[in-house]
Design a binder for this molecule. Structure first.
Ligand code: ADP
Ligand code: GLC
Length: 479
């Protein structure tokens, strides 16, 4: 089957969060199942030139946004047996970061039209059967295929994958109509605005999201559905909305081979591995080292979604009552960055934060930490906890979305579970669970070993989920 992924992040070329991880790993797994899955993404200035040394132009075309025309060059490169296409237009993508510019509507409009132009240009070489569009930046593509480009691409089946319904791409209908040169119909409009997310939901052959619990949450909770619940219900009734949990790349995230950590480890020598990782991490960040002090890690975009308000509420109490190290690697909203900086200033022996993006430090934190804190307000899937499990760092999570599907809370009677969890969005519930985890870490090392073994034994590779994507594609082709 010929599959094309359209997305605006893809590891290792450009990653801001989990979307980049998924686009960087699922295609390889689909190709192992005898498919030809390729990826199309923008060519950002921030891409490491080493990774695109052999990139070649395979086509060039003009794209009209309204009356204005833009030159686009389509580049291509094979990396880890996957063919990548890059949409190059320096005016829109030759900037120093991926997101948050005032002209996002035009940036992603250009990308979406370019995806279709690329399919035209590649037709003789690569005829797309399944076009899997990821998140709102690609939501208009299914609509464009259903309308303006139907005669040429009507046979292409589209899958729209929701990674996070919070971000939707809502714009004035008039300007968007002009930019895309399309009619604004009900299917793409929400609250009298044009909505890219709704377009993807309503116009694709199938819609999926990245865990079963988030799928249910989107159907049952207006708070979590952010206005899309009614449309998703409609697609669900048609049997066209499902949840498939993400996997992680088991080669990138492997404590036995990871080059960013000092001692590679499996469950057998996990204590040596963690001790060595702690030494290097603490040394890099300037943290005093004590053996046997539990380390909590947090690697995250710093946004409200991630449950950081709960941490803000109880951090002082936790620090007052317990001996531990809290290592944060993250960047995002100023109020959270300032909070963690301030906390570090007040408690330099217990708290250390790196405010920025660092793959290398992230690997070290997963390896060094004994517990990984992810108390999200909502979490479509979450990859942090999956990576933590693989590195034997026990996740402490709130039971929402993919966190609920992947973390089984510790049961001290039958010694089952792979982490710790709490149900309500309540900081004192979280505080209680963190202290409970500390008590078990300090007081019951043999039980802790069992939990770590349970965690490291979990299989969150793509093996199972890639097959589920494939089944969905087959269903789409038959529809
Ligand atoms: P989201 O996609 O909502 O940000 P996920 O848990 O799905 O959350 O994925 C986050 C990914 O981004 C993980 O691979 C995590 O390690 C990585 N990550 C987040 N913040 C940073 C950072 N500051 N430095 C390095 N990696 C980060
Ligand atoms: C989004 C979600 C996250 C998910 C990721 C990859 O960024 O916030 O929960 O893991 O996409 O699907």
């Amino acid at each position: 089957m010929n599959i094309l992924f359209a997305a605006v992040e893809c590891f290792p070329f450009a990653k801001v969060g989990g979307l980049g991880d998924v686009i960087g790993s699922l295609p390889q797994e689909l190709n192992k199942l005898q498919n030809d899955c390729r990826v199309i993404m923008p060519f950002y200035k921030t891409i490491n030139p080493e990774l695109v040394k052999d990139v070649k132009e395979v086509a060039s075309f003009k794209v009209f946004l309204g009356k204005k025309s833009y030159d686009v060059s389509l580049l291509s490169e094979v990396y880890n047996d996957v063919t990548y296409y890059f949409v190059k237009n320096d005016e829109f993508y030759g900037r120093d970061r991926v997101y948050d510019f005032p002209d996002e509507e035009s940036r992603w409009a250009l990308f979406q039209i370019s995806v279709i132009e690329a399919m035209k240009a590649l037709k003789n070489d690569f005829q797309v059967h399944i076009l899997n569009c990821h998140d709102w930046h690609t939501g208009m593509i299914p609509y464009l295929i259903k309308s303006k480009y139907y005669s040429e691409f009507g046979q292409v089946k589209t899958i729209f994958t929701i990674h996070n319904v919070l971000y939707q791409g809502e714009y004035e209908r008039q300007t968007t109509r002009q930019i895309f040169n399309v009619e604004v119909v009900d299917e793409i409009e929400h609250n009298a605005k044009l909505n890219f997310m709704k377009a993807g939901i309503m116009c694709s052959t199938f819609v999926n999201t990245v865990s079963q619990t988030y799928c249910k949450e989107l159907l049952n909770s207006d708070f979590l559905g952010k206005g899309m619940t009614q449309y998703l219900k409609e697609r669900f009734k048609q049997g066209r909305f499902v949840g498939i949990i993400n996997g992680i790349d088991y080669e990138t995230w492997n404590p036995m081979t990871d080059k960013d950590i000092p001692v590679n480890y499996s469950f057998e020598n996990y204590k040596d591995g963690k001790l060595a990782a702690k030494k290097v991490l603490y040394d890099k960040l300037g943290v005093d080292f004590y053996t046997n002090v539990p380390c909590i890690g947090l690697v995250s975009r710093l946004t409200q979604q991630k449950g950081l308000d709960l941490i803000m509420e109880i951090a002082e109490d936790l620090i007052k009552d317990c001996t531990f190290k809290f290592i944060i690697v993250g960047s995002g909203e100023a109020k959270y960055e300032e909070f963690f900086k301030e906390l570090e200033k007040k408690h330099p022996f217990k708290v250390k934060c790196y405010l920025g993006y660092s793959e290398e430090l992230a690997h070290l934190v997963y390896a060094a930490s004994d517990m990984f804190l992810m108390p999200s307000l909502f979490e479509p899937c979450g990859l942090g906890q999956l990576i933590a499990l693989r590195y034997g760092s026990l996740p402490i999570v709130r039971e929402t979305g993919g966190l609920k599907d992947s973390v089984e809370p510790y049961n001290e009677f039958d010694l089952t579970g792979n982490g710790f969890s709490f149900t309500n969005y309540n900081s004192h519930d979280m505080l209680y669970v963190i202290k409970y985890a500390f008590r078990h870490f300090n007081g019951y090392p043999e039980h802790w070993d069992i939990l770590v073994e349970n965690a490291m034994d979990c299989d969150y590779s793509w093996t199972v989920s890639a097959k589920k994507y494939l089944l969905l594609y087959v269903k789409a082709l038959k529809s």
